[in-house]
Write a protein that binds this ligand. Sequence first.
Ligand code: XMP
Length: 509
Amino acid sequence: MQEKILILDFGSQYTQLIARRIRELNVYCEIYPFNHFPEPDPSVKGVILSGSPYSVRDSNAPSPDLVSIKGRIPLLGVCYGAQLLVHSGGGNVMPSAAREYGRANLFYINNEDLLFTDVTPGTQVWMSHGDTITGMPEGFEITGSTNDVKAGAFKINGESTWGIQFHPEVYHTTEGTTILKNFVAKICGCSMNWTPASFVTSTVAELRNKLGNDKVILGLSGGVDSSVAAFLLHRAIGKNLTCIFIDNGLLRKNEFETVVDSYKGLGLNVVAVRAGDRFLDELEGVSDPEKKRKIIGRVFIEVFDEEAHKVRDVKWLAQGTIYPDVIESVSVNGPSATIKSHHNVGGLPEKMHLKVIEPLRLLFKDEVRRAGEALGLPGYILKRHPFPGPGLAIRLLGSITREKLEMLKEADNIFIEGLRKNSLYDSVWQAGVILLPVQSVGVMGDERTYEYAVVLRAVVSTDGMTADWAKLPYDFLGSVSNDIINKVKGINRVVFDVSSKPPSTIEWE
Ligand code: XMP
């Protein structure tokens, strides 16, 4: 039985961060919408109530019935969660006189309280709320205060319920990890043995159990998520897994061959489908980015469907969906733990009448990488840069021709190989070349040229949501520029993109 902590989400921007911190303590946890959580069973060791953009005094404030939890299993309310406990217990929560936002110090701490074991009096905490607790219900005892906030932390006497009006999960709460550790270890009694390696072992056992002798197909993209999903299933069911890897003609130079060879070398059962011409015939001359995406999505589904039908008796479609795709902070107005549709495989399962299996649906991105390491996957698979599903089609601005695609592949290859050779590849989150629909004048030897210009794009990021342009060395950029202009016929100018996201995006279309 997998021990876990439940986190009930009231819509705070920090809810996912609470989950990450708990998992960093090697304790497994899951996030549920506040109005849509399961009846706790004995595997649930504790519950955390998240913060919220709402005030408990709002007429439509989220206010779930906690009767199955409160007083029965350890409970920690964070910010809104703490105010909710006070409000529903008959205490007072009022708008704060001054907005309680930013750094503060807990000058008073009750170190006898389990939640504050080893926490230093005066420790810095991070506040972020417009309301504050002004009156405690009977039986609530204050265990921590700042200069302005008397009820910085409290516990309910006679039950395992705590509340804190600051955010332990954010970096600025310097001893936040100790507080969360006290909660999960000392209060909830979690054994703290959940690791990516234990995830692999238990998931492989579950997959075997669930799939038995059934056949499964999976669409490989070459990316980290689908690769780790494939190897996890491979370990569980071996040859009953068939992976389909489609060459859409828009992959990087040599990518298809290299990836297929390395997967086969690692024992995976891969059907490699060369469908470049089918995609390119339909894309020839198309310049609108949304049209490009739609065509690629449609042809992908057609090709995948045809290939899948060649595998007999398939029952399951496996996908590399990960946790951030599954949970989004809930709309606090409704039970909508919406699932984002996948960029390119959207619509696939419904059309194919297969049952869907998503072995990574509870992992964050870095946990997927660590699970991959635990499976023994090599760095060249796990450290690969993200690459968009529509591939080079959205890096070839303007109308697509085979000739321009070849130029782009060559230039992109020089840039990426250059990053590798100069040990810069791993310090960049994502990189690539964009071919502009612009020709510029140049001179080569005695002749004037009128050829295409390309952009080098390289960014640093942690999740692709925000990104900064990578400060690559001038000498390196100079030598990549020389190589591209000398070796790729049709390109006579190279520029470097120095825009950050936001307000720009990583891709150009
Ligand atoms: P942007 O350009 O929005 O990109 O800053 C963020 C991340 O998403 C990738 N991206 C895509 N991936 N299909 C995909 O599968 C797409 O249409 C697409 N557009 C952008 C992009 O490469 C970056 O990693």
